[in-house]
Design a protein around this ligand. Structure first.
Ligand SMILES: *Cc1c(COP(=O)(O)O)cnc(C)c1O
Length: 466
């Protein structure tokens, strides 16, 4: 698509490039205007699954704007609740003060969460929730007389955010390696990632087998370990790698046996994404800490929380002089606007059986992507609920990847945005993994349109001549 001389897009992207430093971006990829390796796209407005740029071109938001937007943009109930809240209370210090939206949200989240999670600690983004959970676990053991517990166990291929503690327990090379000298030294255990399973092995068998490494790590290190942290069922930023829920059941039992906490990072998979309200429900387990964010406010405002149980809360509860309090805070803790957006999101959840809808949409997505399962350059198509991931590879037989420098995923990204004359699709692949993680309000015909454009994009991106 060539841009017209009167392009409104160009005017604003030039201003953006003059002063804004964009996240997770090599800024030089944006140099060169419409011909840039990654053209910067200015969005003027959004509604439902659609984004619209300043020139009026529309895009399907196939990744829910980084997995946050579960009910579509500007959902009327969320919008009107926010407007009402703005007219009542904007923000107030949350130490020494409380307010209805935060109280009600804590009540409702504790009711919704797996049993035993009765306390809600608010923070303002996912990484901060992970930091709070890591600190709380360590602090708990210190308060109960086990200060030697100072380490964490995490999975290879995991992602838990960008702040130093969260980055340390993550294991996603491109995000972590540069900062390695600054980081805590967790014990990383091999992921049960089923992409790596031997031919003919079931997900469950592979997952069970991989648990042996976790059991061994717990046997060796439990005395010095506070907690195991992991993303239940889907390692999202690490390339939508998936595993069987049996891992969570085995881990719950092993953590109990070894006296180690279990931190479930449900920031990406919570709120219905995997076909259950929370991914832990697939295994019927309750973690000791559950981190939530992203879908929590329906993709409108930043908010996150850590849910935990009474046994942990009580270890901090003492007279002031005992020095056991959790002295952790953020200026915007419990922001009323964000809490109100989250309450409105839970209202929408209660309106109809969205879990059933995500499962039906998941089935439809699976059948729509059938042609990709025999594609010459597709090594794997995997799905959990309303996450479907497509792994491109140079050779599907031995799963030999394309050279990273080919940036095949990026080619697919560009093609999906620009090539179709009526509208584009926002895919944002993770390396050579193309995935769909659409808002739950997407209609089957829109799934079809999205998949059709993605398949064209995959054909173009994997073409050997290019
Ligand atoms: C996105 C994400 C985070 C970090 O959340 P931010 O709000 O981006 O800091 C942590 N854990 C998981 C599993 C995530 O997907």
């Amino acid at each position: 698509m060539s841009e017209t001389p009167t392009s409104q897009n160009t005017a604003i992207t030039e201003r953006s490039l003059a002063h804004v430093w964009h996240p997770c971006t090599q800024m030089s990829d944006h140099a060169g205007g419409a011909d840039a390796a990654i053209p910067l796209i200015p969005i003027r407005k959004a509604e439902g699954i659609w984004l619209e740029d300043h020139d009026g071109r529309r895009y399907i938001d196939a990744v829910s704007s980084w997995w946050t937007n579960i009910f579509g943009h500007r959902h009327p109930h969320i919008v009107s609740s926010l407007k009402d809240q703005l007219d009542t209370l904007d923000h107030v210090i949350f130490a020494g003060f409380t307010h209805e939206p935060a109280v009600q949200l804590a009540e409702r989240l504790c009711k919704l969460a797996p049993k035993g999670l009765d306390r809600c600690f608010y923070v303002d983004n996912g990484s901060a929730a992970v930091e709070a959970a890591l600190k709380m676990s360590f602090h708990y053991w210190r308060n109960v007389g086990k200060p030697q517990k100072t380490r964490y166990i995490a999975l290879t291929g995991g992602y838990h955010g960008e702040t130093l503690g969260a980055l340390a327990v993550g294991h996603t090379g491109i995000y972590r390696d540069t900062y390695a000298p600054l980081l805590l030294k967790p014990i990383h255990v091999a992921s049960p990632d089923c992409y790596e399973r031997a031919p003919g092995t079931s997900w469950e068998d592979h997952t069970r087998r991989m648990f042996a490494d976790m059991e061994l790590a717990l046997e060796h290190h439990a005395h010095e370990v506070c907690a195991v942290i992991l993303e239940p069922l889907v390692q999202c930023a690490g390339g939508m790698r998936m595993y069987h829920p049996v891992y969570l059941s085995l881990l719950r039992e092993a953590c109990n046996r070894h006296g180690v906490h279990l931190i479930a990072d449900e920031i990406a998979v919570g709120f219905g994404r995997t076909g259950m309200m929370f991914a832990c429900e697939w295994a019927g387990i309750s973690p000791d800490f559950m981190c939530l964010s992203k879908g929590l406010t329906g993709g409108t405002l930043p908010l996150a929380c850590v849910l935990t149980g009474d046994a942990i809360y009580q270890a901090f509860y003492a007279e002031y002089r005992a020095g056991k309090a959790f002295l952790h805070s953020h200026s915007y803790t419990g922001n009323p606007l964000a809490c109100r957006a989250a309450l409105a999101t839970l209202d929408v959840f209660a309106e109809q059986d969205w879990i059933a809808r995500t499962r039906l949409l998941g089935q439809f997505l699976w059948s729509s992507t059938a042609p990709l399962r025999s594609h010459r350059y597709v090594a794997d198509v995997r799905q959990q609920g309303l996450i479907l991931a497509i792994e491109l590879a140079k050779s599907t037989r031995n799963r030999e990847p394309f050279p990273a420098s080919d940036r095949r995923g990026l080619r697919a990204y560009r093609h999906a945005l620009k090539s179709h004359k009526d509208f584009g699709v926002l895919l944002r692949p993770l390396g050579d993994v193309i995935y769909f993680m659409p808002p739950y309000v997407i209609e089957p015909r829109e799934v079809e349109a999205m998949v059709k454009i993605a398949i064209e994009a995959i054909d173009v991106a994997t073409h050997p001549e290019k």
